[in-house]
Design a protein around this ligand. Sequence first.
Ligand code: NAP
Length: 251
Amino acid sequence: MQPITKSNWIEGKVLEHINWTETLASIKIDAKVKPYVSGQFTRIALEINNEIISRPYSYVSSPLDNFLEIVYVKIPNGILTPKLGKLKPGDKILVNNNSYGYFVMNEVPEGDNLWMIGTGTGSGVFISLLKTEEPWKRFNKIILIHGVRKENELTYQDQIKKFNLKYPHKFIYIKSVTREKIKGCLNIRIPNGINNGKLESISNTKISKSSQFMLCGNPDMIKETISCLNNKGIEINRKSKLGNITIEKYW
Ligand code: NAP
């Protein structure tokens, strides 16, 4: 990782600020940063009391978009996000010129099907990846699973509809809302959905070593999902030994 110095910051302009819920929002930004790859993250910052305060965020946008986009949770007593929440179109925002991370298609080994499993804001990085051709070219079926607490946290439904229209025979989208009963949504945590066979039956796809799994979001969900997959003989992908699980923890 490259060091973050003042010269790494690019001043961007807010294009659009979308409030999904009171605590969940996304920002579209115009900033000329160095090229990035879908699946990577950057750092977003504001100058607060003469100090650059930054936090890492995955891109929801893809390199094919002519804007940058991130999705974030407003932390009520946080330093940065309450100020981010006040930004309006035209306001200045700092974006790190560099992008980071290995949650990218190049790091995912070959497989028949690709399971993209995310909770909360963790689905955003999958939107970025799915906006590119690569996952669609490489995998027969892509199963996107999004787990959230409340229905209004099911972000990017319009974009997901576009994937459905473009790849009707390849794409399966499963949503689970854990703290409300919503028609058309599961009401279980993802590891439970693996253990009780629900995710396999809905997607009509066997969870096996012939698939690849990308996990992103809540670290406890990731830990428990890895353990469920391990029980089925599916292991983390490592440089030293190819496997089937690629992960990105969000906090
Ligand atoms: P979250 O608590 O991660 O919940 C999202 C989904 O994950 C819910 O369906 C939840 O189920 C499920 N989940 C939680 N623990 C799980 C586990 N061990 N195994 C399987 N599923 C699990 O919600 P969030 O809105 O993304 O974030 C919540 C908290 O994290 C907030 O306090 C937020 O400030 C903080 N936070 C979030 C981010 C972010 O990027 N999302 C970043 C920093 C801090 P249940 O409803 O059953 O719990």
